[in-house]
Design a protein around this ligand. Structure first.
Ligand SMILES: Cc1ncc(C[n+]2csc(CCOP(=O)(O)OP(=O)(O)O)c2C)c(N)n1
Ligand SMILES: [Mg+2]
Length: 356
């Protein structure tokens, strides 16, 4: 198979060094200006360039990873699709992202007014990932999230009232007020968490992907083509459950997409200081599945990748690992004083959105 999305899944020309703390992020469309010293890590931090990537999986599995070979070798695969959308689709994406942003801003307001308690982790800045992926799903598809879960639930169709009521601990919340911010759940919408422990949702998502395959292949239900999206962060990719589940999903060719929202931070730990190879997408081919890197600040690019990998999972071709390079505009949680954030950053992105 081939990915038509390779125009934005291509590797950076100098893969690891570009992600040092002193350089702009990889994609041109980020258009960072000025030194991103806000990343907070020592300027002396440097990584050795890695040798060119070689696919080291058995021939029988190579079809799954051929696109990755192209990506890794810097070859452009001819795009069969494009980033064009209809006006209605554009409005749907815009509305969903604005809903996510305003919802989270309102949470912050309520939290600082003392109306909301416990840990509350906001999603500001990462909306293009949730919208780009989840708006392509059918109702019966499943979403598994983390503690940064409000916007994933909203994108999947849980009403803002049900999510906000949950945050206020009300019986009208989507978990009857008993779950709170980190435990969004809706059976009706197939949102199955909301997990406070990092990596906890990945095996749950892997398990959720299994019935679809079982029903189609064992019970011979032709229409069983549900897919599962597992969202989690860059820091979580250093946990064992991530690797165990990549292995199982590839082995069983499960209809799951592992969506890494790489916002460069795990609480206050820079991604570059915490992982041996910062390019997370490369871990896919190590397990025999494609790994794709995409600009997670661009909803159309995310959507194009999402379209392809969701269709791939739906037709039974197995899992994909997608690394979305994004950024959170607020602190890790509302209890975080935001001291690692660059106050100019949010304005910068808003300006880009308006000027493009
Ligand atoms: C098993 C476990 N260990 C440690 C923690 C504490 N913890 C909460 S969030 C977090 C960082 C996660 O970072 P990342 O995966 O990048 O997600 P992000 O917060 O950036 O969305 C850690 C270590 C936890 N919740 N669960
Ligand atoms: Mg992170």
């Amino acid at each position: 198979m081939s990915f038509s999305a390779t125009n934005f899944a291509q590797p950076r020309p100098v893969p690891v060094e570009v992600r040092s703390n002193e350089k702009p992020l990889s994609s041109d469309s980020f258009r960072f200006r000025g030194p991103p010293s806000f990343l907070g890590s020592p300027h002396s931090l440097r990584f050795n360039p890695i040798p060119p990537f070689k696919l080291a999986i058995p021939h029988s599995q190579r079809s799954n990873a051929s696109a990755v070979t192209h990506i890794a070798n810097g070859k452009m695969v001819k795009s069969s699709a494009n980033l064009l959308i209809t006006k209605e689709e554009g409005l749907e994406l815009y509305e969903d992202m604005i809903l996510g942003r305003y919802f989270e801003d309102m949470c912050a307001q309520m939290y600082y007014r003392g109306k909301m308690f416990g840990f509350v982790h906001l999603y500001n800045g990462q909306e293009a990932v949730s919208t780009g992926f989840i708006k392509l799903l059918k109702k019966e598809d499943t979403v598994v999230s983390t503690y940064r879960d409000h916007v994933h639930a909203l994108s999947k169709g849980v009403s803002a009232r049900a999510v906000m009521s949950e945050l206020f601990g009300k019986a009208t919340g989507c978990c009857r007020g008993q779950g709170g911010s980190m435990h969004m759940f809706s059976k009706e919408h197939n949102v199955i968490g909301g997990f406070a422990f990092i990596g906890e949702g990945i095996p749950v998502a892997t398990g959720a992907a299994f019935p679809s395959k079982y029903r189609r292949e064992v019970l011979k239900e032709a229409g069983a083509d549900q897919v599962t999206l597992a969202f989690f962060g860059d820091g979580t990719c250093n946990n064992g459950q991530f690797y165990e589940c990549l292995n199982m999903a590839a082995l069983w060719k499960l209809p799951i997409i592992f969506v890494v929202e790489n916002n460069l931070w795990a609480i206050g730990m820079s991604h570059l200081r915490a992982t041996s190879d910062p390019e997370i997408w490369k871990k896919g081919p190590a397990f025999g599945m494609p790994g794709v890197h995409v600009d997670g600040m661009d909803v159309l690019k995310v959507r194009e990748v999402a379209k392809e990998v969701i269709e791939r999972a739906r037709r039974g071709d197995g899992p994909t690992l997608v690394e979305c390079e994004t950024y959170r505009f607020r602190g890790h949680s509302l209890a975080d004083p935001d001291e690692l954030r660059d106050p100019g950053k949010q304005f910068h992105y808003v300006f880009l959105m308006v000027s493009e």
